[in-house]
Design a protein around this ligand. Sequence first.
Ligand code: PEP
Length: 263
Amino acid sequence: MTASNRVPIIGGNWKMNTDRTTGIALAKAVASGVASLQAQGKKVEVAVFPPFVYLPAISETLCAAGSNIALGAQDVYHAEKGAFTGEVSVGMLRDVGVKTVLVGHSERRHVIHEGDDLINLKVRAVLHHAMRCVLCVGEKLEQRETGQTNTINERQVRLGLRDVRPDELDRLVIAYEPVWAIGTGKTATPQDAQDAHRHIRLVLADLFGKDAAAGVRIQYGGSVNAANAKELMSQPDIDGALVGGASLKDADFLQIVSAACGG
Ligand code: PEP
């Protein structure tokens, strides 16, 4: 597979935002906008990641709209069931219509203090249950400033994907999200983002082979908005975006989706 036939993928990470009413309204508006783009023959995959408690409501909304937007979860726990107060399993997510799961988002790594071993267990649980897994990686500001960007990303990719099988790769997406760019209004330059994506693809090639690596989509995330999306996604190794703040406004998010398929 070559860069040209990787279908772009855009995720809207709502984080701990929206309520039932505003979430349903947002999902309806996004479903309608994505349907019109797809009716024009644009090739793009879209996922939304609402808070856990609104997943059933958003699932019903997307189904009622006949939408092919994938319902996503912002996190998961790797065990199947049991005494894990407050946690949610892959099977439970699937039961309410979830198709794709974020793992290792920077807020889980750096606010909730999840480590690479736990992240790896979650990645394997999601892939094992035949769901799409979006593994998020990215360096902090001091790590970028001390020239460690590629080292940090490489470590997070290698540890996150430990014991993942090559036949599971079609369900894997990587999201490169420099921590300093998330929710800050600062964005990596298209060239800096491309360089990081390229390095991640080389690591994937080392782990799984060049052809397999060429098929994995790598999204950029970090203050993506309607104004900067097109240039970022025109880079050869950037296959879409994971969007936080701008995914809460349907018009902004739809402009980003449109930019992913050529604008
Ligand atoms: C994110 O939540 O993954 C993200 C990239 O947020 P923002 O777009 O707000 O920086």
